[in-house]
Ligand binder design. Structure first.
Ligand SMILES: Nc1ncnc2c1ncn2[C@@H]1O[C@H](COP(=O)(O)OP(=O)(O)OP(=O)(O)O)[C@@H](O)[C@H]1O
Ligand SMILES: O=P(O)(O)OC[C@H]1O[C@H](OP(=O)(O)OP(=O)(O)O)[C@H](O)[C@@H]1O
Length: 225
């Protein structure tokens, strides 16, 4: 069906948190969607008018920005990194909570004052966020782009510092690193292609409202507990 509404969802850790939201708005994905080993990329749901695709986190934003998917679920880290003007992010889903931070080896962090830095070399998946963060206070950031496992860069001399996502802090700790600055708090957002939101308002509007209500109901349940 060509006029299906496609929702792009990142594979990996966010997926598990997304399923209860889908259930709350009456979207039931086919069984393979929950199976991390499935090689399928596009999935049917109980609603013939809605299909899902499971892609890499950064690619969710690309599919939706280009209109290949009409809606998506993505971390605010991805939105901050790319700043796509074609994307509208109407709902904070309050899932995927973490922060994006600057970290360095524990020994270096002792007595280090980030306000005194004038130049930094940083390994990161987020060069735009990193440059913007440091430029705002006149620090020149030289970025080495990695796609994962940033935490190994300092000990091997690739860079003295990293900018990465932190949640429990256990990955930093396991690799002898300490957080020295928080750049931003992160959570996942519902994103919509702006053009599709206008041209297919009657299909997309109720879905956006559904997600909004599901998040509010979840928040109310948490408050009551
Ligand atoms: N430790 C974490 N705690 C909570 N949320 C996180 C954490 N790490 C990442 N996230 C959120 O999940 C999204 C996807 O995470 P991540 O990039 O680590 O997944 P991935 O499966 O390794 O992605 P890819 O394979 O596409 O690089 C991030 O954009 C972020 O919003
Ligand atoms: O503070 P923590 O709770 O340890 O979480 C932080 C880790 O989580 C993310 O990686 P992820 O586990 O998604 O794997 P990745 O390296 O493949 O992105 C992030 O890139 C950190 O490495």
């Amino acid at each position: 069906m060509t006029d299906q509404i496609i929702i792009a969802v990142p594979k990996g850790r966010i997926l598990k948190e997304v399923l209860p939201l889908f259930a709350a708005i009456g979207i039931e994905p086919e069984a393979a969607f929950r199976d991390e080993d499935s090689r399928l990329l596009r999935f049917a749901t109980n609603r013939p008018d809605i299909g899902l695709i499971r892609v890499r986190a950064f690619d969710v934003a690309t599919f939706v920005a280009h209109g290949a998917a009409q809606l998506g679920i993505v971390g605010s880290d991805v939105l901050m990194e790319f700043d796509y003007s074609e994307l509208y992010a109407p709902v904070d889903l309050h899932i995927g909570h973490c922060r994006i931070s600057v970290a360095e080896p524990v020994a270096m962090a002792e007595g280090d004052d980030p306000r005194e830095w004038s130049h930094v070399r940083v390994a990161t998946k987020y060069p735009n966020i990193t440059r913007r963060h440091f430029e705002a206070r006149g620090v020149q950031a030289e970025c080495v782009k990695l796609n994962g496992a940033m935490e190994i860069a300092p000990v091997l001399g690739l860079s003295s510092r990293i900018v990465d996502l932190v949640s429990t802090g256990s990955t930093l700790k396991a690799n002898g690193l300490a957080e020295v600055e928080t750049i931003a708090e992160i959570s996942s957002r519902l994103i919509v292609n702006r053009a599709a939101f206008k041209t297919r308002a009657t299909d997309i509007g109720p879905l956006v409202e559904g997600f909004r209500r599901a998040v509010e109901a979840k928040g109310a349940g948490r408050d009551a507990a």
